[in-house]
Design a protein around this ligand. Structure first.
Ligand code: AMP
Length: 187
């Protein structure tokens, strides 16, 4: 199974990705996690990405596409993967399409988590207490929501046109949302 989890920051993509990993043995490819690990390790890529991430801006397409293309080709990802936080721009979606075509692979579904903005703000504020991410400041959160609306939301139409999009209401308990995901996958 090859899935994309799509939705604004705070929509629950990471949480649901982890459930799917546990249940189906898929590999979770989170570009945000990979970039944070690179920043932590102080690699040149990580150092370059760190400031953009802290401001809530996107890092350049070629950088994330390079990370994903290397990771997707590793043996453990051959059986299936969940992309969480990628693609975030139309250029990334098109690059992914080419990448998968070269590998002879298809996407199965794109799951969109639909969550009202007031709920996103509440969740991101709560997460700030727990995770202490550099980009969970008020200013960065506002910017991430703006960036999502301008650059990532157009992917909904893109994947609708590819007949891959399923919408899951992302409000309720983790279990109830997980159940809706299960139905969306037809399992
Ligand atoms: P996330 O953990 O998915 O919320 O990502 C945290 C931050 O990493 C984002 O605000 C961006 O700065 C950067 N990032 C993660 N994924 C991408 C992507 N696909 N394209 C560009 N920037 C990304």
């Amino acid at each position: 199974m090859r899935l994309i989890l799509l939705g604004p920051p705070g929509a629950g993509k990471g949480t649901q990705a982890q459930r799917l990993v546990a249940k189906h043995g898929l590999v979770q490819l989170s570009t945000g996690e990979m970039l944070r690990a690179a920043a932590e390790a102080g690699t040149p890529l990580g150092v370059h990405a760190r400031e953009m991430m802290a401001r809530g801006e996107l890092v350049p397409d070629d950088m994330v596409v390079a990370i994903v293309s290397a990771r997707i080709d590793e043996p453990d990802a051959r059986r299936g993967f969940i992309l969480d936080g990628f693609p975030r721009t139309l250029a990334q979606a098109e690059a992914l399409e080419r990448l998968l075509k070269d590998l002879g692979q298809d996407l199965d579904r794109v799951i969109f988590f639909d969550v009202p903005e007031a709920e996103l703000l509440r969740r991101l504020a709560a997460r700030r207490q727990v995770e202490r991410r550099a980009d969970d400041t008020d200013e960065a959160i506002k910017n991430r929501l703006r960036v999502y609306a301008a650059q990532t939301a157009p992917l909904l139409d893109y994947y609708r046109n590819h007949s891959l999009l399923v919408t899951v209401p992302g409000v309720g308990t983790v279990e109830a949302i997980g159940e809706a995901v299960r139905r969306a996958l037809g399992r």
